[in-house]
Write a protein that binds this ligand. Structure first.
Ligand SMILES: Nc1ncnc2c1ncn2[C@@H]1O[C@H](COP(=O)(O)OP(=O)(O)OP(=O)(O)O)[C@@H](O)[C@H]1O
Ligand SMILES: [Mg+2]
Length: 312
């Protein structure tokens, strides 16, 4: 048996003459949690649908849980929990009725016991009689996770499972994900736009315009971006960002709450820029770890420049 839960190579998907996914390789080891990031329309959902056999790639091949994504979609579906983007339920059924319904779709044996266990596992027993439509976003997502994990899948493909869910509920949801991987060895491949969620993953894959821009741990990606960042806080920093515009050595200057982050790839030039702005001594700069978001933006811009050169 392969040690990889997902092993796909050269995936391409065209819709008409539009390229949604271009030459994507993914090798996700069993038992790991991988985050899938990228701007709207970058091809995340399309890639996930190809991995679980719902959509045939235009080119490329591969396996999920050792089964061929083109010829063995049924085998993959039996062993995978796929939470589609904007997962929805029968609003006027209770939590229990919804889970039972899904259980019947999966033809689960011992339905009553399986539903009892699934509800208990996800802390839903006390709420099982509540109407799904009346639940808050966080509880809806927990119910969705119950529904897609009741058949004990080995692989979870989650497409933006926490979009629009508040921070506490997102944290609870992630605790659940980590419990499933620790206790049951489940592999999780999860798309998200939240950087704090990306930081909870073993590895991250970042797509832009259908192509894989980078992949690795948070530390690897930040190191590979080659960025250096200085941060200043306090009342004196408002309007400072403008001074950095077009300054040599500065690629980006943006506010994060009450702090200003200034980034660039040439450490000496960046330091000179920061020193110039703090000449009057009113602003104190400290070097900080660049944010993941900054790393993605810098690498995407660079990939875009490369692509233009390649086309010329
Ligand atoms: N069935 C389809 N027919 C035609 N074009 C499609 C289809 N599905 C997706 N696309 C296009 O493929 C590209 C990739 O879309 P996809 O939904 O995979 O992106 P995404 O990364 O999931 O975006 P988001 O973050 O908004 O969910 C987009 O340009 C989209 O419009
Ligand atoms: Mg999507």
């Amino acid at each position: 048996m392969s040690a990889l839960a997902i092993d796909v190579r050269g995936l391409v998907k065209l819709f008409g003459d539009k390229t949604a996914v271009q030459d994507v390789d993914l090798q996700v080891p069993k038992g790991e949690v991988w985050g899938f990031l990228g701007p709207n329309g970058s091809g995340k959902t399309t890639t996930i649908r190809m991995i679980c056999g719902l959509l045939h790639p235009t080119e490329g091949e591969g396996t999920a849980l050792g089964f061929d994504i083109i010829r063995q979609a049924r085998e993959i579906k039996l062993r995978t929990g796929y939470m589609i983007q904007k997962f929805s339920f029968w609003q006027d059924m209770t939590i229990r009725e919804n889970i039972e319904f899904v259980g019947r779709l999966y033809r689960m044996p011992n339905l009553k016991e399986t539903v009892d266990r699934t509800l208990a596992d996800l802390g839903l027993t006390n709420r099982q009689k509540q109407m799904a439509g009346a639940l808050s976003g966080g509880w809806k997502q927990r119910m969705a996770l119950a529904a897609i994990s009741m058949h004990d899948p080995e692989l979870l493909l989650l497409d933006e499972p926490t979009a629009g869910v508040d921070p506490q509920a997102r944290r609870d949801f992630w605790d659940e994900i980590h419990r499933l991987t620790t206790e049951k060895g489940v592999t999780v491949f999860v798309s998200t736009h939240y950087m704090d969620e990306a930081e909870r993953c073993d590895k991250i894959v970042y797509l832009a315009a259908g192509r894989k821009v980078t992949e690795g741990t948070v530390a690897e990606i930040i190191a590979r971006s080659g960025l250096h960042t200085y941060r200043a806080e306090g009342t004196g920093i408002r309007r400072l960002a403008r001074q950095f515009e077009a300054m040599p050595g500065v690629e980006d200057a943006s506010y994060f709450g009450a702090a200003l982050h200034v980034s660039g790839t040439d450490p000496a030039a960046l330091r000179r820029a920061v020193d110039r702005v703090s000449e009057d001594g009113r602003v104190q700069w400290t070097e900080v770890r660049p944010s993941l978001e900054d790393a993605f933006i810098a690498m995407t811009q660079r990939a875009g420049v490369d692509a233009r050169f390649a086309a010329a």
